[in-house]
Design a protein around this ligand. Sequence first.
Ligand SMILES: Nc1ncnc2c1ncn2[C@@H]1O[C@H](COP(=O)(O)OP(=O)(O)OP(=O)(O)O)[C@@H](O)[C@H]1O
Ligand SMILES: [Mg+2]
Length: 297
Amino acid sequence: MYAVEIENLTKLYGEFKAVDSLSLAIEEKEIFGFLGPNGSGKSTTINCILGIAKPTSGRIEVCGIDVEKNPLKVRKICGYLPENYGLYGNLTAMQNLRYFSEFYGNFSKDRIFELLELVGLRDVADKRVSEFSRGMRQRLALAQALINDPQVVFLDEPTNGLDPAGIADFRRIIKDLQKEGKTVFFSSHILSEVKEVCSSIGIIYRGKLIKSGKISDLNSELFVEVQTEPKADIDLLKKFGEVKYDEKTQNFLIKVENDRRLEISKYLFENGYVVKELHLREPSLEEVYFNLLREVI
Ligand SMILES: Nc1ncnc2c1ncn2[C@@H]1O[C@H](COP(=O)(O)OP(=O)(O)OP(=O)(O)O)[C@@H](O)[C@H]1O
Ligand SMILES: [Mg+2]
């Protein structure tokens, strides 16, 4: 069973396709990063998964439950931090969480203190939210998303407005959620934060999923960069993979499937070359992302 399974989701606003035949399967206990530029359809997809927006066509299941047939059942096992969340400014942090927990009929003071502790707001539990900074509100909204102890947590651009310490806390929190056995689905356009915490990703562009899979699968283009004295015979290096020579750096770039630096340096040494430089070059997620976009634009 998948935590989230989407088959051919399409969402039209009038003539406009906000989501276009999107299919996606996310394993349980995964931290899934949903990446895409502004207006690409991230929030619309999340809203369809949670039964907040009605798909034009397609089928969605959360932990085996069909969203269209059982929207309330799905909402019960999901947590949601929306893009534009609402908190009551004239209530304290504690009172806000109490209010939301009563929706689920599961009010427990201990649980609320636990959540406030988790998001770093324990000391301001009794402070009014109108006096909170943007980052403090964001933390409280995250606590609110966890109030029903959800199996799957949807976080729509959760690090908006957080300072570096807040972002670090957020990473720790979602890794803890994963350890507790929860699945985390979060959207972002910040590539580095996704790379840092996610085990798998999906990239959406103009409503279409242009790539999904393990983070490691994305970094498929791996090169060993090597420079020798004297300059090596290119044919010798071809034994390890496709080779290019960069005149500017005077380095050879050997396309490899995995890290073969040791073998390469040994082989070059045995053939009478001194290795002056040897690096493994992986594209950054930014490069991967823009290369993928270039392919589809
Ligand atoms: N209720 C709506 N009515 C009409 N168009 C909408 C509606 N909601 C979203 N759209 C359009 O659908 C597209 C996708 O919007 P969506 O909010 O899903 O993007 P997003 O990837 O979440 O963007 P962002 O990073 O800015 O949050 C946008 O072009 C948006 O204008
Ligand atoms: Mg959005």
